[in-house]
Design a protein. Structure first.
Length: 46
């Protein structure tokens, strides 16, 4: 695993914990479909 230490200004520890925990959740079906659509559009560009 990798670790990074940064300053978060006035954010509470609970906000930082929530942010970190949500980074570890797998993408939803909606997010996957959006990514596929964006990828397809980028391939259509000249």
């Amino acid at each position: 695993p990798s670790y990074c230490v940064v300053s978060v200004g006035g954010a509470s520890l609970e906000v930082v914990k929530s942010y970190i925990q949500h980074q570890r959740t797998p993408p939803s079906a909606k997010q996957i479909n959006q990514s596929i659509k964006i990828s397809a559009k980028s391939r259509e560009l000249p």
